[in-house]
Design a protein around this ligand. Structure first.
Ligand code: HEM
Length: 258
């Protein structure tokens, strides 16, 4: 009597999704931009575009802060100018608030996309690398990005309390930007916090400026020399100038007036 053969398990078994980005085919599709953002490529685009916006801010902020070396009147005039942009077409500070809203949106999306990409990467490779050397090589950039990003994020919160909102333990004068910076950075511990945070920012900007081209798909090997040059120049300039402020206050080159 002929025996019925049991089909091999592999012929009936359908494999589930193997990548972190693949999803249930029955799920209702969201509008194109949201669907795109849900993919790893979409998140990388968002990281790159918001990264460019933040780089624009960091550059402009650094150029503005250089006015510190011209003295209190110049620096405070510049701080007031920022509040007066497009007055009287707009009421005072309205345009500044629009810029701030754009910047806040860029920061929130940058952090959200970074977190989302980490989750996707963990799903795609839940098992750690077998060799420690592979692990170190593959994750060096992503690990430094995470830590430098967290340091810069914590610094921004401290910095806003320090110079924009309340002051951090020195006599804070609303509207007296030069006095506030000078008073704050003359404390060695605070100067050190600014130096460490801006070194972390430099590292983050170097990897970030390099990765932008990759994320946007402009990674022809012919341009790698330019990419590297741009990343070094941009991150180097921001780091050297930003770190100079706490150092120069400590050295007494920039000092409070009263
Ligand atoms: C040594 C370096 C820095 C110095 C001396 C400095 C100085 C200042 C000063 C004086 C203000 C107040 C401006 C005003 O009241 O008009 C300010 C605000 C601000 N800074 Fe910095 N800053 C530095 C680095 C940074 C970095 C690295 C970031 C971010 C990556 C940053 C983000 C901001 C933000 C978001 C504000 C608030 C702007 C606003 O509300 O209009 N700063 N900074």
């Amino acid at each position: 009597m002929a025996q019925a053969t049991t089909p091999a398990p592999s012929s009936t078994h359908t494999r589930g999704p193997v990548t972190g980005t693949a999803r249930d085919a029955n799920r209702k599709r969201a509008p194109f931009l949201i669907e795109f953002y849900r993919s790893a490529v979409g998140k990388k685009y968002v990281m790159a575009i918001t990264g460019i916006m933040i780089m624009g801010f960091v550059f402009a902020h650094m150029v503005g802060n250089v006015k510190m070396y011209l003295g209190p009147a110049e620096f405070d005039t510049y701080a007031e100018f920022l509040r007066q942009i497009l007055v009287p077409i707009f009421p005072r500070t309205l345009f500044l608030w629009l810029l701030r809203l754009g910047l806040i949106t860029a920061f929130v999306l940058h952090i959200h996309a970074a977190y989302g990409l980490t989750v996707i990467n963990h799903k795609a490779r839940p098992v750690k690398y077998a060799s420690k050397r592979d692990y170190v090589a593959a994750n060096y950039a992503s690990r430094t990005m995470r830590w430098s990003g967290i340091i810069v994020g914590l610094f921004i919160v401290f910095h806003l309390f320090d110079l924009s909102w309340t002051g951090t333990g020195f006599h804070y004068y609303r509207g007296a930007a030069y006095e506030n910076v000078a008073h704050s950075l003359e404390r060695p511990l605070v100067a050190l916090i600014y130096i460490v945070a801006n070194l972390a920012l430099g590292l983050h900007l170097f990897h970030g400026a390099w990765s932008i081209f990759q994320s946007l798909g402009w990674n022809n090997p012919r341009f790698n020399k330019w990419r590297r040059g741009f990343a070094i120049a941009f991150a180097g300039l921001i780091t050297v100038v930003n770190v100079s402020f706490p150092i120069m206050v400590q050295a007494g080159v920039v000092g409070h007036v009263g």
